[in-house]
Write a protein of this length. Structure first.
Length: 238
């Protein structure tokens, strides 16, 4: 895609054939809204399509890498095999959209509506169940409790959280932990399944005990390094 201000041109990413010629529309957003049925294999990389009306659009095989589609209306859109890696789809309406085989790696789908969307054959969605998670990372488990790790500062606080809990020995909890699997960083207490994963989040590593029922979310992205819980118990240092 090439664009001059007020003079967008949209091409196919694979052949460079012009789909929408320069000068026909005032902006990329207007162009895709008007030509929504003709965007097969369109190169829309990094396009600003915030709040665009793309209901029933044909975006199959389109390159939408790093595009901003926040709040866009993509109801019933055909996004089969589209490249949506690193795209901003926050609060987008994807109800009944065809996302089969789409590349959603590192896409932001926070608060997106995915009701009735076709999500078949998307490798990024292979999030493990709790039991699979425990098995995958060889997490220590006794009864209904697992033993995992948290990275904290030398002041015994989480380095990234705005809610400053002092992780001293004993039980700590939060009022709310986000269960949105698309949000890799959100409200709640983030823990790591391994010591190596915890090292990324703090200079000091502590071991904690968590009831399985207090796990709120295993995110689709980054779950090898962190997951969210509502409550934990800091164990005594050995």
């Amino acid at each position: 895609m090439s664009e001059q201000k007020g003079n967008p041109e949209i091409k196919r990413w694979d052949t460079d054939a012009v789909i929408i010629p320069a000068g026909k529309y005032a902006s990329i957003k207007e162009a895709v809204e008007k030509e929504y049925k003709s965007l097969y294999r369109a190169n829309l990389r990094s396009a600003d399509l915030r709040s665009a009306n793309l209901s029933s659009a044909n975006l199959s095989y389109a390159n939408l890498r790093s595009a901003d589609l926040s709040y866009a209306d993509l109801r019933s859109a055909n996004l089969r095999s589209a490249n949506l890696s690193y795209a901003n789809l926050r609060s987008a309406n994807l109800r009944s959209a065809n996302l089969s085989y789409a590349n959603l790696s590192s896409a932001d789908l926070s608060s997106a509506d995915l009701s009735s969307a076709d999500l078949k054959n998307i490798p990024q969605l292979n999030t493990p169940t709790i039991n699979e998670y425990i098995e995958k990372f060889k997490i220590e488990k006794k009864g209904e409790y697992i033993y995992v790790y948290k990275g904290i500062t030398d002041k015994l606080e989480s380095p990234n959280s705005s809610v400053k809990i002092k992780y001293t020995k004993g039980i700590h909890k939060v009022e709310y932990a986000d269960c949105d699997v698309w949000a890799d960083c959100s409200y709640g207490i983030s823990l790591s399944p391994t010591k190596e994963g915890a090292k990324e989040w703090g200079s000091k590593i502590i071991k904690v005990k968590v009831h399985i029922g207090d796990i709120s979310c295993i995110p689709i992205y980054g779950h090898d390094k962190k997951f969210r819980v509502k409550k934990l118990e800091v164990l005594p240092e050995k």
